[in-house]
Structure formats: C-alpha cells, structure tokens
Design a protein around this ligand. Structure first.
Ligand SMILES: Nc1ncnc2c1ncn2[C@@H]1O[C@H](COP(=O)(O)OP(=O)(O)O)[C@@H](O)[C@H]1O
Ligand SMILES: [Mg+2]
Length: 426
C-alpha cells in the first residue's frame, strides 16, 4: 500500500483473490499518472478504505463472498461521491453487471482484460469526473448554464443529429443509442437522446430505462418549454446521456405537435453539445420539423432492394423540399457479404455516397436489445459499437466550428404543411 501524490489518479483496488489483486497492482505500477492508494480484499473493507483514502477510481470485483461488489458500490456511491466505480466481472454476469450500473458503477471491464484496456478505462472514467466540479457537466442543473439571455454558450449551439429510415427495422434506434453513448464517451460532452418515434419508441427498452417522466408531459407546455422543464423530464442513463423518453401510450403521441418538437429541440440544443433524435418511419410534419432543425440527417438503410428503393425516393423528396444533399448522410447497416449488394452499387443506385458501412452482427444485436445494455457499454469491439464510434468521430469533425465555417448553411425553412403542401408551394 502506498500513499498518494498530488496529480495522479488515485485508485482503490478491490478483489478477494490475492493473485488478482497483485496482478492488477503490477499492471498499474508503471503508469505514471495512476497511483494505487489502497487495496481491499472484501466489500466491507472497500467501503472502509474508500472513506479513509477518498480514491477517485475504485476498481471493484463484482463477485466476492460477504458484501459483494454491487452492495459495496452502492455504499461507496452514497458515502464517497467523488469515487467513480469501475466494475470487474467475468462473462455471463450480465444481470449482476446491470445491477451494479444501477448501484452507481460508471463502467466495467470483463475479465480477462489487458493492461491497456484497464488503464484506458480508468483514464476515461476519470476524465469524466471533473465534470462534477466544473460547471460544464451534463449533471450540472441546466438552468445554471442555459438560462435564456445568460448563456455564455449562446454562439455555440449544440448540434442536432437525427436518424431516419423510410422503413422500420433497419437499425435507427440501436444506432441512435450507441451513437449517443459514443459521442458522450469519445468527445466527453453533453449528449441528449430524444425518442421522437412518438407512438412506439423503444429507446427506453434499448437502454433499460423507465421513468414516469416522458415527452408527453410537454403537451400542455407549448410556448413554455424551457431548460428547467426539460431538466425534470430528462432521464439520466448510466452512460451520462440524458434521455427524453417517448410517451408511455401511443395515443399520447397525438398531443404533441411539430411546434412542440421545434420548441423542445431548440431548448435542448442550448443545453447540450449534441442532441440525437430517433424518429418514426414516416415523413410527416413532425419529422420535417426535426429535419429542418437538424444539422445532420442520418439516413439508415440496409442492403436490400426495398430499402434501397425507399432511400432513393427519400433523396428525391428531400431534394424537392430543398434540403441540401450535404445535410444528409447515408449509413448502410446490417451489411452482409452474402446480400450480394455492395456499398458502391448502393451509392451508385441512390446517387449518394455511403458515409459508413456497419456489418451485420445478429447475435450481439439480439443480446444487447434483449438485455437493454447498448453494445457501446459492454462490447465495444462489436461491429455495431465500432460503427457507432466511427460515426461519432466523423460527426465531431464534420460539425466542428472549423469545418462548419467553410460549409454553406443547409436546410429548408420552416413550413409546417406536410410533404405535398411543401412541394406545391415550391
Ligand atoms: N448491424 C446489425 N446487425 C444485426 N442486427 C441488427 C443490426 N442493426 C440492427 N439490428 C437489429 O435490427 C432490429 C431493428 O433495429 P432497430 O434499431 O429497432 O431498428 P429501427 O429503429 O430502424 O426500427 C433490432 O432487433 C436490432 O437488434
Ligand atoms: Mg426504432
């Protein structure tokens, strides 16, 4: 056991197996920015040492006799708020893991993991920590940073990225969740995820999130939707993403109009750096309101003839409506070699380049969807999580102020009159 020095990341190691404790300690020994300040061999000892040493990171074994990692995490989260917990588990403990995330763990490592994986996770989780102190965190009450008129970030509006597909079932929602988490973890910024698939939105299921607060509460607040109202309605996910859940009942969708969505998104973009919007598969007034405000429309398609046909029609319609082509990015999801249709053929057929191809990974997708744990949380190497990461990185670059300065502003004016109405007015 050694004592701390000022600038290092202070780590508490917790594992009941002596060899594991020793191995972890050795792996961290040579990291100049990390210091193991204490080592505990049980949950009870971990709680005691956490209070005593006030570590910034707790590497916690999930499965220990007596007080297990989940109970110890809950106790540490309650008593040492500065400590960020990273849970260590073996494959197959997903239910356990889910409970530990609810108990306050920030991330997890699946054993066996490499030294690099561990060190990267420690640094990543630690880098999110100062947000509690600095007034830029997603956790900071939004009215502190976003009250109209007082916002120092007035010029710096957040970016709205929406995912759309003319056909359901192509992966919009799974990509929306993973993209939001990828942005949050790579760009370390404030991210909101809005489920505008108002009738049958399933973002809550994909994130295993439930709340009595949903977007339906905004129905009688038209003209008065502000950061304070939204702060109450947004549901926090363990990843740090704040989620605006869809109405609990499909009929409530009718209570929300395109104006509600416009107002909501305009406020959200002042509160967050990125606002990710999942949509229903219909080009109607509400969807067009989202498209108008969006900085990017990610059109998700799959390598099947009906999906490609719909995507082509989509470009025709959005072109006729005056949306700049450059605002729309084509994402090819569930790309299987055996489909026989490659990205080049699709790009040629739709006359629009494919920004990103994401391979099919049926098993990982199914497990993730059924567990309510996005792949970005526990299977970052999976093709879908990797795709989301690449997408996040590309969008951060594309939407940076420097890149925007050279790009022409895009988008049609607000015209709430449906596709036909808008076309007739052209
Ligand atoms: N790359 C992929 N590989 C395999 N299955 C996928 C992939 N992307 C999505 N899926 C699966 O497709 C189904 C529909 O995804 P979802 O995100 O709900 O689509 P949408 O929102 O477009 O209706 C889900 O069951 C999901 O697991
Ligand atoms: Mg969906």
């Amino acid at each position: 056991m050694t004592l701390s020095t000022e600038d290092k990341i202070r780590v508490l190691l917790v594992d009941d197996i002596p060899e594991t404790r020793e191995n972890l300690r050795k792996l961290l020994y040579f990291e100049k920015d990390i210091e193991v300040v204490a080592v505990a061999m049980s949950g009870e000892e971990a709680v005691k040492l956490a209070k005593q040493y006030q570590p910034e990171i707790v590497l916690m074994d999930i499965n220990m006799p007596g007080m297990d990692g989940v109970a110890a995490s809950a106790a540490i989260s309650a008593t040492v708020p500065g400590a960020q917990i990273i849970m260590m588990s073996v494959q197959g403990e997903t239910d356990y893991l889910r409970r530990s995330m609810l108990a306050g763990a920030k991330d997890f490592l699946i054993k066996p993991f490499s030294g690099d994986e561990m060190v990267n996770t420690i640094r990543r989780v630690h880098s999110l920590r100062p947000r509690i102190v600095a007034p830029v965190a997603a956790d900071v009450p939004s009215h502190m940073v976003t009250m109209p008129g007082s916002s120092p970030k007035k010029e710096n509006q957040g970016k709205i990225i929406t995912l759309f597909s003319p056909k359901g079932g192509v992966g919009c929602s799974i990509l929306a969740t993973n993209l939001a988490i990828a942005l949050r973890s790579t760009a370390e910024c404030r991210v909101a995820l809005v489920d505008c698939s108002l009738q049958f939105g399933d973002i809550g299921v994909l994130l295993n999130l439930t709340s009595s607060h949903t977007i339906a509460e905004l129905s009688d607040k038209r003209g008065h939707i502000d950061a304070e109202v939204l702060d109450i309605i947004l549901t926090p996910h363990v990843s740090g993403v704040k989620v605006l859940l869809p109405p609990a009942h499909p009929e409530q969708a009718d209570l929300l109009t395109a104006d509600h969505l416009r107002e909501t998104l305009a406020v959200l973009r002042r509160m967050f750096d990125y606002v990710i919007v999942d949509t229903a598969s219909a080009v109607e007034d509400k969807t067009l309101a989202i498209f108008d405000l969006a900085d990017r429309i990610l059109l998700v398609t799959t390598p099947s003839i009906p999906a490609i046909k719909s995507a082509r029609l989509f470009f025709e319609v959005t072109g006729a409506l005056g949306y700049a082509e450059d605002k729309i990015r084509l994402i090819l999801n569930r790309a299987e070699r055996q489909s026989g249709i490659g990205p080049e053929e699709i790009a040629a057929s739709i006359k629009h380049p494919v920004m990103l191809t994401i391979p099919a990974d049926d098993r990982a997708a199914l497990v993730s969807v059924n567990q309510g744990i996005p792949l970005m949380m526990n299977n970052r190497n999976s093709p879908i999580a990797q795709g989301a990461l690449k997408l996040a990185q590309a969008l951060v670059v594309e939407l940076s102020p420097a890149a925007e300065a050279v790009a022409a502003p895009a988008g049609a004016d607000r015209e709430p009159a449906g596709i036909l109405g808008r076309l007739l007015r052209k």
